[in-house]
Design a protein around this ligand. Structure first.
Ligand SMILES: *Cc1c(COP(=O)(O)O)cnc(C)c1O
Length: 395
């Protein structure tokens, strides 16, 4: 059996999105900037997509800017707010310790330019506290950026409340909503959001296309210089087919959100219930504030990477939820941010499921994970020490 359980990493393109984009790859291949009617038809597709996406998040079409994805949207939002703040002598930015690297690395770059960055604690449950945001706000705060839902542990942040606080203090508020868009209701007006990032490939559109919502009145700084596309805020010929697909995918996800959630939750709950029976395991992140499909757990005495490779052999695509790329031995910054010791954070597993998964696939995961954990523990010198009492159990 093949089970794709890594939907927080990327998703398949839906049939609806594919069908919507095909004409723009074939007959309607015009450049939206061309003045003849053929180009203008591509422009119409582009503008219809802008309106459809705006409607999904209760924004105005003029507040939607297309980007190459979530990373670019995060970069542009943060750099724009930083430039705006700097012009008023404000060089302090508030964020959290468990943001995506598109946010954290942009903040690092600004720090080198003389900005001061406060990264808030996200507490053991993976939720940032409004009081902590309030305490961190200063006279010279130029931006608050807090992610909507975390990509590794799935916890959802008090966005509406943080937005209201920032509105009151007249500080721009950005949220990386890449893991929330298409999976949870978003209303930028009701939630007091000034800037918001989305990425198509996390909700069944193709990779390489995203959205930056920016409330009217907040000036954007160009990250990509070029032509006058996107009202002069983002140069480069638009990815018309990708954008049209993204609008179709978002519309479809928003229209079917309730039924998708109703399908995903029982699968997720079964995973949590069954995998929690593994001794010395731990669920990461509060289940009370959670996106539907993300499951993150730690199993003591094993390495997440070994677990992944063995699951791969058994047909299961999962993630360790760690930034552990190409041989780096650092555990996930997200799991460290919620206070897990290094040894525990190393043994993590993220399963992210979507509406295309089935209960049969969940049963397969439930069958193979305990077997693999057992196998790895039997070979693990750390587990041996834990068993002999030479080392205390941490979970
Ligand atoms: C995937 C992801 C991104 C990056 O989006 P890309 O379109 O892949 O650049 C940013 N933030 C979060 C929370 C993500 O999950």
């Amino acid at each position: 059996m093949f089970v794709y359980a890594d939907n927080a990493a990327t998703t398949s393109v839906s049939k609806t999105a594919l069908e919507a984009m095909l004409p723009y790859l074939t007959e309607e291949f015009g450049n939206p900037s061309s003045l003849y009617a053929f180009g203008q038809r591509a422009k119409e597709g582009l503008e219809q997509a802008r309106e459809d996406i705006a409607r999904c998040i209760n924004a105005d079409a003029r507040e939607i800017y297309f980007t190459s994805g979530g990373s670019e949207a995060d970069n542009q939002a943060i750099i724009s707010a930083a430039r705006l703040g700097a012009r008023k002598g404000k060089k302090h930015i508030i964020s959290t310790a468990f943001e995506h690297h598109a946010v954290l690395h942009t903040l690092k770059k600004l720090e080198k330019e003389g900005f001061e960055i406060t990264l808030l604690d996200v507490h053991a449950d993976g939720v940032v506290r409004l009081e902590d945001v309030e305490k961190a706000i200063r006279e010279d705060t130029a931006l608050v950026t807090v992610m909507f839902a975390n990509n590794e542990i799935g916890t959802v942040q008090p966005i509406t409340e943080i937005g209201a606080l920032c509105r009151e203090k007249k500080i721009p508020f950005h949220t990386d909503a890449v893991q929330a868009a298409g999976h949870m209701p978003i209303d930028v007006k009701a939630m007091n959001i000034d800037m918001l990032s989305m990425s198509g490939h996390k909700f069944h559109a193709p990779k390489g296309v995203g959205v930056l919502y920016c409330r009217r009145g907040i000036p954007l700084t160009n990250v990509i210089e070029g032509g006058a596309q996107e009202r002069g805020r983002r140069g480069g010929t638009e990815n018309v087919a990708g954008i049209v697909a993204m609008a179709a995918a978002l519309k479809e996800s928003c229209e079917h959100m309730e039924e998708n959630t109703a399908k995903i939750i029982p699968m997720r709950d079964k995973l949590f219930a069954e995998l929690s029976k593994i001794p010395h395991s731990k669920i990461n992140g509060s289940l009370e504030h959670h996106v539907p499909g993300t499951v993150n757990m730690c199993f003591e005495g094993i390495e997440g990477e070994s677990l992944l490779l063995m699951l791969d052999d058994r047909g299961v695509c999962a993630s360790s939820g760690s930034a552990c790329t190409s041989g780096s031995l650092d555990p996930s910054h997200v799991l460290l941010a919620i206070g897990l010791p290094h040894e525990v954070a190393h043994g993590s597993l993220r399963l992210s499921i979507g509406e295309y998964n089935t209960m049969e696939q969940i049963d397969h995961i439930i069958e193979v994970v305990p077997q693999v954990v057992d196998y790895l523990r039997n070979m693990s010198p750390v587990w041996d020490e834990l068993q002999k009492g030479e080392r205390p159990h941490l979970i």
